[in-house]
Write a protein that binds this ligand. Sequence first.
Ligand code: BMA
Length: 359
Amino acid sequence: MFSFLSCKSVLRSSAEQIELSDMNADENAKYLMVRIKEIAKTGYAFGHQDATAYGIGWKNDGELYKSDVNEVTGDFPGVYGFELGHLELGHTQNLDTVNFQLMAKLIKTAYEKGGILTISWHPNNPTTKKSAWDPTSSVSHILEGGVLNPKYRGWLNRLADFLNSLRTKSGKAIPVVFRPYHEMNGSWFWWGNTSCTSAEFKQLWRETFDILTQNHGVHNLIYCYATDAVDNKSEYLNFYPGDDYVDMLGIDLYHKKTTEDYIELLNDNLGMLAEIAKEKNMPFALTEGGLDGVKVENWWTEVLDKNISNKGLSWALVWRNASLNHYFAPFVGQLSSKDFIRFKKLPHVLFLQETSEIR
Ligand code: BMA
């Protein structure tokens, strides 16, 4: 007991030495960074998008606290991804029908239980008002001096209100890993590589950072820069806004082609990212990934774990269990669920039980 407590206080006190890109980052954000780095020393955490919001055949009604992952393994994920798309519009639910009040509650519960929170954002195209997947050029219009800058500032106002509202019972801000404008090296989003220049992208990131931190006093964020799969390091860094604006690195890698292709992709891309992260002394993660429908029986241990466990990443997050036509984590009876239980039992794979001890 004594060594456990002293270990905890060592972790807590090492947060004092942490410097984040936000110079006014609060204690809990710094401490989250300590935990994220600590996790990578032991193994990596397992994450799931919208884990507690819905799953196959159920949707959270505000009373439940459940997850497909827990139904299969008896434990919850260590990392929880949530998504803010449509919050900018003032809607009550996000683009995937998760109510924002419920989301705030689920974030709070996951945090109090010892989970790590990460937030993505698929804002609509500010020019056309269509979805994030409308690549019509927009970035230059929302930058400082652009015609849509006032509108964009309004969007950030709503985002800041939500982020600032994430509080523990005692009123302390809940720290989250914020991963905006992801997969920018692809061409599907309006902030993607065919819709803006890298200079515009970097400017968008920096202005967003400055407005959130300086104008809105949001100080509970760890900023994560995450691309889609890349061919080389220069592609990874092409849109990188600078070490002063980023705290951690991510990459989204989906199993879309053959198993051999995915194994190669994981090794190449995570190997490359590990090198960049080492140079920058930043933690890194597989911020999105998975095999839609998990049709490979031993996917968790043979495909995922074998090819990521030696890389030094802090977590691997699989995408959402939206429906039987779109899911990335197993549910009871699913083809890969036995293997998922084996995966959960691996000593270096951290679910909630383990991440809650690293704090
Ligand atoms: C995509 C799909 C979409 C979803 C979006 C944002 O990968 O899952 O259905 O709207 O992510 O969560």
